[in-house]
Design a protein around this ligand. Structure first.
Ligand SMILES: [Zn+2]
Length: 310
């Protein structure tokens, strides 16, 4: 009955067939058996298992790290996985970059954390340019079947993201600096083939100055340091003021208010609403208690009447 047991090499070939059919669970099982048998292609099988783990769970940075380590320790030359062919060492470099990207993207925090994240993303973008360049991203091809994204394009997108992150860290203290970062981000987005309209919109907002309608202070950065509050500017008020347009949008349906005035008004109105709410609830409770007492009285009267009728 020995012929029923497949050799390690046969298992390996069968697993490769499963990969071609995208049957990754079966492929992984066969590669594992191949390793258990100590077959000559065991080390290659371990690389395939790590590629499958990456394809099945592409958001886990550890899968890329494991694959990179396996590739470097085996140094397999060209690796074929389905229709994809890639040099093992080149794939290892790309895996390092993807793992770094995933880890960086998941960091978040205060302005200092975001500033570091932005700088690190820009450095990472440069590494994509240096290590992958015009070549396409093989991890994208293996995972998503995407053969169009080059290292250069990824580099531009990541650098754009880096500058956008720097802008978000700077805007609270220096909206003009944030707008400059966004101008860089916009340029990278355009080179990468994106329209960059979101960056452009933010550049316009962050560069815009206004004079607070209420306190008269001038500030820069719409949506951050000043906001438009719905209002009614009468035709009489629209005339005769030199810098009216700095205090209101062109349609006169709002006034520009600096963040301190805005937050003072909204916090005070929140407190007033809260008081009205609490008063209303207290009145409701008092009414409820009075009604309960009246109901009890009516019941007592009804039962005393019932006794008398007997
Ligand atoms: Zn103000």
């Amino acid at each position: 009955m020995a012929f029923l047991f497949k050799s390690g090499d046969e298992l390996f070939d069968e697993a490769v067939n499963h990969i071609n059919l995208k049957e990754y669970v079966k492929a992984r099982a066969d590669f594992s058996k191949c390793i258990e048998k100590g077959a000559s292609k065991s080390s290659l099988a371990s690389i395939y298992i790590s590629i499958i783990a990456m394809v099945q769970n592409p958001e886990n940075p550890n899968n890329y790290k494991t694959l990179a380590n396996n590739l470097r320790s085996v140094n397999p030359g060209m690796v074929e996985f389905g229709l994809t062919q890639v040099d093992g060492m080149r794939l290892a470099d790309e895996c390092d970059l993807v793992a770094q990207r995933i880890i960086l993207m998941s960091t978040n925090g205060n302005a200092a954390v975001r500033e570091k994240k932005g700088k690190d993303l820009i450095q990472l973008g440069l590494q994509y340019q240096i290590k992958i360049g015009k070549d396409t991203l093989k991890t994208n091809e293996l995972i998503y079947g995407d053969t169009a994204t080059s290292g250069i394009k990824e580099s531009l997108s990541i650098q754009a993201l880096g500058y956008e992150t720097l802008a978000s860290s700077a805007v609270l203290t220096d909206p003009k600096q944030a707008a400059e970062y966004l101008q860089n981000a916009y340029n990278y987005r355009r080179q990468a083939g994106d329209d960059g309209s979101h960056d452009k919109q933010l550049i316009e907002s962050y560069s815009k100055s206004a004079k607070c309608w209420i306190c008269g202070r001038t500030t820069t950065g719409e949506g951050i340091h000043f906001l438009a509050m719905s209002s009614e500017i009468t035709p009489f008020m629209r005339n005769g003021q030199d810098d009216l347009l700095k205090s209101a949008p062109a349609n006169f349906e709002a006034v520009y208010v600096c963040r301190p005035c805005y937050s003072a008004i909204s916090r005070r109105s929140d407190a007033i609403s809260r008081k009205y709410y609490d008063d209303a609830i207290r009145d409701l409770r008092a009414t409820e208690a009075r009604l309960q007492m009246e109901i009890a009285e009516v019941r007592a009267y009804a039962s005393s009447m019932a006794i008398r009728m007997r």
